[in-house]
Design a protein around this ligand. Sequence first.
Ligand code: FAD
Length: 318
Amino acid sequence: MKITDHIKNANGKTLFSLEVVPPQKGIGIEDLYKNIDPLMEFKPPFIDVTTSREEYIYLDKGNGLMERRITRMRPGTLGICAAIQHKYNVDTVPHVLCGGFSQEETEYLLVDCMYLGIDNVMALRGDAMKGEQHFVPTVGGHRNAMDLVHQMNDLGRGKYLHDEKISAEENKFCIGVAGYPEKHMEAPSMNYDLKWLKQKVDAGADYIVTQMFFDNKKFIDFVKQAREIGINVPIIPGIKPIATKGHLQMLPKVFKIDLPEDLISEVEKAKDNTAVKQIGIEWAIAQCRELMDFGVPVLHFYSMGKSDNIKKIAKEIF
Ligand code: FAD
């Protein structure tokens, strides 16, 4: 079922959802299930599965030389979507990237989604590869998420890359795109970023999921600005409970977000990571309650392989 239909059917009640990351190659899927199992009692109507970009690895040739190879350390997004769907009877949302995929490869992936009964896809550009300064489009691939949205929509109308046959019957994907309450790191201004977000929606995106944020005011301002420029699709906030002291440096560095002063000083004062986890849980509960009052359709949790803190938060708010 489409995420927009899940939202409509909820009649204004806020839904719970989560994002999971595929395991590293060779680890198996059991740990992922152990993370999802405790959260199923909150009845997520959908679970997102991320896609990792390919990266360079260096193999020691044993003769003093290193060989550079390119590989994807966490493959299997679509297989995991199918496995989760089968095991839990829940909709899954594969993240589809521009980076690392030609348009042909994207088409094959979308065709597989259709065969698997996957109705929702998340259209993302992807970051620059590790060690590269800028995002470089893959040969034959898209350069931004908007073009990917166009391809997804075309396919739903029966328009494939090799021909222009438009079928009468629409089989449209429900398409999600990313939004940034604190602006995407490459955008020169918030207005610029919002203008391109609007283009993604005009191209056919059906809903927006935001980057994580810790200050609700930033999300609420973002939603207001988006509405002012005519973005009328559901906007789903992304929630990440802080869990370690190391997150104070890691989260801003990786996700280009700010942390509120109050949260920083509470975490700095905490005696160990157990105390930090509790601070993160309480912060997220307060955040979620306020966001529910604001009327968000879904609270989308970034699990990053951990579910115990998300379970404690969900128990308080759902
Ligand atoms: P775009 O929408 O293409 O925007 C990228 C930048 O270009 C922005 O600064 C925008 O303002 C600008 N821009 C957009 N369109 C145009 C245009 N037509 N012309 C000129 N400029 C333009 N990354 C992963 O690798 N795997 C994942 O699974 C993943 N999941 C994510 C889930 C969510 C909810 C979010 C918020 C992010 C996720 N990311 C993921 C990270 C994402 O890939 C990066 O943030 C990436 O740098 C931008 O992706 P985008 O889809 O927002 O790009």
